[in-house]
Design a protein around this ligand. Structure first.
Ligand code: AMP
Length: 500
């Protein structure tokens, strides 16, 4: 199917072409006709499927047609309202609406908390067609009578499941109470839980239901790997993977705000530029962290689930779960940050012994046996390179020599789909080895050993080409990377061999 077949007006087709989209994604192909007809919609679409354009394009089309027929636009009463759970998602959706509506001339405004309300009041006073908002700040405006929602014709709830998770149900109901009864309702959710269905029956009228991805199945283009590692060595391993593979853009998920801060401090000490994104940061700090990460100013963004929900970072190559989420569904949301809109991506989860129940729950949810690995030099129970890693961390080191060998591919990740892998590696300048063991390439990089059965404790190397006992071959302590004796922190991290 082509975008031209959807009946969208020319200005929108031009914007879509300028974005480089050639064909509508499945959610777009199915949702756009329903929305254009004016019906309510309940859509389960995973993040990264193109759902923002799926509701934005027909919305812009309808409002533009309305204006062409003499309907009023740019009044003080918005015609469409998009509610999102997080400020970042609100900003992102507004940005998309502006991009897709670049040739249409409707006005989009975004309002969210954490920043001064006064500039928002000024902007609203000038009139707005499409309002994108988080529920709390929107209700502040309602309370101050600086917004009038009585003309809203289309209501869109984006990431509705997350809104429920975040306890926005009452706020949503209070917002809905402000809207005219006669309106079109569109609800997007990553999953269809019972709570979502209940919410949907409360305010959708005879909705068309679209279920794009099988429930809770992770995006197929994402290569998922589990790496078993001792808890105390996770930061070291993360730094090692980033440095040795020269990853330039990695989104890392931590469970707690405090843990995210601590990890950022460590990475920065090791000369890997990193920033934290979580709810304790001021909105300005959050905006800056995200902008720096998007533009390459920082290589690593360490985020908590809530702050990172819905983020769309173009062609994000690597997502790392520093800790597994304790809600298995969050795993799907997290890894959905990569592999967006059919792109390939890589998601690595660092799993310590206390997280096996979480891993089991994720495997159960995905109905998938995620492959488990051990990174050479980071075997369970092996010693840290740093005598006191918490107090005096040193840069992680590259194991000398490569232990990847013939047959190591066996049991590891399946061959990438066509077009996968190579472009991503080129984009990052990373070594092929970084994307997993490639026995036929003797490049430096982490050598990841197969863990048979996907459970820790029975890991073994599969016929590595170099069968020397680790440690004996290169003089490493505990078979791992040699201790850093040269104060390698000053070394640039751009070397595929990592800091020395
Ligand atoms: P979303 O699921 O809305 O967050 O979109 C994920 C990504 O897909 C965004 O970066 C969009 O720019 C991109 N995208 C949306 N629609 C298309 C399309 N038809 N073809 C290619 N990329 C798209």
């Amino acid at each position: 199917m082509l975008f031209e077949e959807l009946g969208l007006e020319e200005g929108l087709l031009r914007a879509v072409a300028q974005e480089g989209y050639t064909t509508p994604t499945p959610i777009q192909a199915q949702a756009i006709p329903v929305i254009l007809k004016g019906g309510d919609l309940l859509a389960a679409a995973q993040t990264g499927t193109g759902k923002t354009a799926a509701f934005t394009l027909p919305l812009l089309h309808k409002l533009s047609q309305r204006r062409a027929e003499g309907g009023k636009t740019l009044s003080k009463k918005p015609l469409a309202l998009v509610l999102t759970p997080t400020r970042e998602l609100a900003a992102q959706v507004a940005e998309s609406v502006r991009t897709y509506g670049g040739h249409i001339g409707l006005k989009t405004t975004v309002i969210f908390g954490g920043v001064s309300i006064n500039p928002q009041i000024d902007i609203l006073r000038n009139g707005v067609d499409i309002l994108v908002a988080t529920p709390g700040r929107l209700l502040d405006h309602v309370g101050q009578r600086t917004i009038d929602l009585s003309a809203v014709e289309v209501l869109i709830l984006d990431e509705a499941d997350r809104m429920l998770d975040m306890g926005f149900i009452h706020d949503i109901k209070r917002v809905i109470a402000q809207l005219p009864k006669q309106r079109q309702n569109l609800m997007f959710s990553a999953t269809f839980s019972d709570d979502i269905r209940k919410l949907a029956t409360g305010f959708l009228h005879n909705p068309t239901t679209i279920d794009i991805a099988p429930r809770n199945s992770a995006v197929e283009t994402i290569e998922q790997r589990i790496v078993f590692v001792d808890k105390a060595r996770k930061s070291e391993l993360l730094a090692y993977l980033i440095s040795s593979s020269n990853w330039q853009q990695t989104l890392v998920f931590a469970r707690t705000k405090h843990g995210a801060n601590r990890l950022v401090e460590k990475l920065n000490k090791w000369n890997i530029t990193a920033a934290a994104l979580h709810g304790n940061k001021s909105q300005n700090a959050r905006t800056k962290a995200l902008a720096d990460f998007k533009t390459g100013g920082v290589r690593v963004l360490v985020a908590t689930d809530i702050a990172a929900r819905g983020l769309d970072i173009e062609q994000l190559p690597h997502v790392v779960n520093f800790e597994l989420p304790n809600v298995p569904e969050d795993y799907v949301h997290r890894i959905g940050r990569t592999g967006r809109a059919g792109e390939s991506g890589e998601a690595i989860s660092l799993v310590s012994s206390d997280e096996h129940d979480d891993l089991k729950a994720i495997r159960r949810l995905l109905k998938k046996e995620l492959p488990g690995f051990i990174v050479e030099g980071f075997e369970l129970g092996s010693k840290s390179l740093n005598p006191e890693p918490e107090e005096a961390p040193r840069p992680p080191m590259q194991p000398r020599g490569r232990h990847g060998g013939q047959g190591q591919r066996h049991g590891q990740r399946s061959a990438p789909a066509a077009g996968q892998g190579q472009p991503r590696a080129q984009r990052d300048g990373q070594t092929a080895a970084a994307r997993g063991p490639r026995p036929e390439r003797a490049e430096p990089g982490p050598s990841i050993n197969v863990n048979r059965g996907g459970e820790p404790g029975n890991s073994h190397r599969r016929g590595g080409g170099d069968n020397r006992p680790r440690g004996a071959a290169d003089g490493n302590r505990a078979g791992g990377p040699p201790p850093n004796r040269g104060g390698g922190a000053g070394r640039p991290n751009s070397s595929p061999r990592g800091p020395r």
